[in-house]
Design a protein around this ligand. Sequence first.
Ligand code: CU
Length: 277
Amino acid sequence: MNFSFVERLNGLFAQAESVADTATKALSFWERMMPPEDISSSGHLIMWLFNYTTYVNLFWFSLVCLGLFGFSYLYSQKRHKKAFYTHGNEKKHLLITALIGLGVFLSVDMVITKVSSRDIKEVFWNFPEDSEELVKVQVYAQQWAWNFRYAGRDGEFNTADDVVLLNDLVIPVNKKVMVQMTSKDVIHSFYLPNVRLKADAIPGRFAKLWFDANKVGEYEVACAEMCGIHHYLMKGKMTVLSQEDYDSWKNEQEDIAIATNDTESENLRWGWAWGSK
Ligand SMILES: [Cu+2]
């Protein structure tokens, strides 16, 4: 008797555990579905557009479903034995259709166009002025890696003392970072999920973008364009350091670059004079 009671109790525990396990899995799935942490000053603009698009479309979709299933129910055979024919071309039908079309156009297309063109003008294409403070990085995408170049101690790009890193972007916190970017081979897409920024790297063209990061830590750099068989490997790391740590890191890297840069190496010659393209 006792034994079976203990057995049943164990069974209950096991059940509770599996329920808890399922709940945890569902929760972590939900967490994984959520966008990563936003550490930029302008990422909220992208999130606003993303959320607005989602919810306004959800609203119209629900309305369509309500009409579809609602009328199917109201005019089911049970309620209306006799068929009712209409061509739907009366004035009121045309008016309803036009109003819904106008509603979708105004609430989706117009709002998104207006808000995104405002954000682009005021923020994303409103590039920071060139100054001592500005962190300048050249990005060179290739199958399948990210090359990052800093000017080095002389402040000039494409000179012998440049700091060149592979898959390793290091920036100071709360500073504007300006990127000039191109690609060596095919189209890649420079993607920084934590600052909600994504731009194509196109061979023969130079893209520029700017961002900032307001939280120290390590974040992902990804390629968001299917660029070949090892596209999935094209992953870099963005490290955000405090100004102090960044300065000493930069100093150290500049020492290393001066001591070890092989200026004859083709691998180091991909840069260009800042702003020349
Ligand atoms: Cu790529």
